[in-house]
Design a protein around this ligand. Structure first.
Ligand SMILES: [Zn+2]
Ligand SMILES: [Zn+2]
Length: 305
């Protein structure tokens, strides 16, 4: 039996609802999964309930964008207490930053003569944590681009004219925040970051694990990161990074982490005395409580379900 510990739902830039992910996980023979949406834990209660109903193990998670010495890194947090107040406040800030980033991308598109309206993107996204794929989908929806690939090539890819850098928080601060929320911190897809020099410094700052298995890691890279994880005594994780049917779309099932890798994670969690609180109570803050952060708070966005 296998696990997939890196999955995105439509609460960020994935296309599946958490229930659909769980349904597909069952079809792929997965026995455990984690939902790791960008900057939000909103989907976790739904995913947890669906996993419970299907007899799958659920690990609450989130993926955060971090910065170390000018480099962008992604950190995965697992077994977090999704009701931990400082975490919820920080996530609310990241979500406001994401919404402001969408507005900035739309302004740039407007200056390029593409009359896209930010509300079109927000209405399509229907989530608090929108990203570039939502802008791409809006460009296709409005007929300004033929498909997502064209939208990214023409406008949205890094260093293309409508690209806007992501809001990033210091990796060391994020590690502290995640530990404060009872979670463990894993460096996501190190093979995509091209910044392995960061690993010793992150370990020093409290990094707990390395995502050795990832859709975009070649067998050589997997082997290299397995060795690195052993060298630094890091936990080993893996996942497909599936975003559903969206841009790039690595599919669920493309990475199947043997369940034996979950044992050290569970032992870590038991040692730290993790308390799982997944009841569907508030896991997001009204955006005005993130006040003082954004000069132009975006309006509250509603989910479709
Ligand atoms: Zn990532
Ligand atoms: Zn991801």
């Amino acid at each position: 039996m296998f696990a997939d510990l890196h999955l995105h739902s439509r609460y960020s830039d994935g296309t599946y609802a958490p229930e659909e992910i769980v349904l597909r996980a069952g079809q792929f023979g997965l026995a455990a999964l984690s939902l790791t949406d960008h900057d939000t834990v909103e989907g976790c209660p739904e995913a947890a309930a669906a996993c419970l109903a299907k007899g799958l193990e659920f690990i609450p998670g989130v993926e955060l964008t971090a910065e170390l010495r000018g480099h962008e890194l992604h950190l995965l947090a697992y077994y977090i207490d999704i009701h931990h107040e400082p975490l919820i406040k920080a996530l609310a800030q990241y979500q406001v930053a994401r919404q402001n980033r969408i507005r900035e991308m739309v302004s740039r598109l407007n200056r390029l003569g593409v009359p896209l309206v930010a509300e079109t993107v927000f209405n399509l996204a229907k989530c608090r944590s929108p990203g570039r794929p939502h802008v791409g989908r809006a460009l296709v929806h409005c007929g300004y681009c033929y498909d997502l690939d064209e939208a990214f090539e023409l406008f949205l890819k890094k260093n293309r004219p409508a690209w806007v850098p992501k809001y990033r928080v210091s990796a060391t601060d994020l590690i502290q925040l995640i530990h404060g929320a009872g979670g463990l911190v894993v460096m996501a897809h190190p093979g995509l970051n091209h910044y392995d020099e960061a690993i010793p410094e992150l370990v020093e700052a409290g990094l707990d694990g390395l995502e050795c298995f990832h859709t975009k890691h070649t067998p050589d890279l997997v082997e290299f990161y397995l060795k690195t994880a052993t060298e630094f005594r890091l936990l080993i994780t893996g996942g497909s990074d599936c975003h559903g049917l969206g841009k790039g779309s690595p599919a669920m099932g493309s990475v199947r982490l043997p369940l034996a890798y979950l044992e050290p994670l569970r032992a870590w969690v038991a040692k730290r005395g993790y308390r799982q609180r997944l009841a569907p109570q508030t896991v997001v803050l009204p955006l005005n409580q993130a006040a003082g952060f954004a000069p132009n708070p975006a309006p509250m966005l509603k989910h479709s379900n």
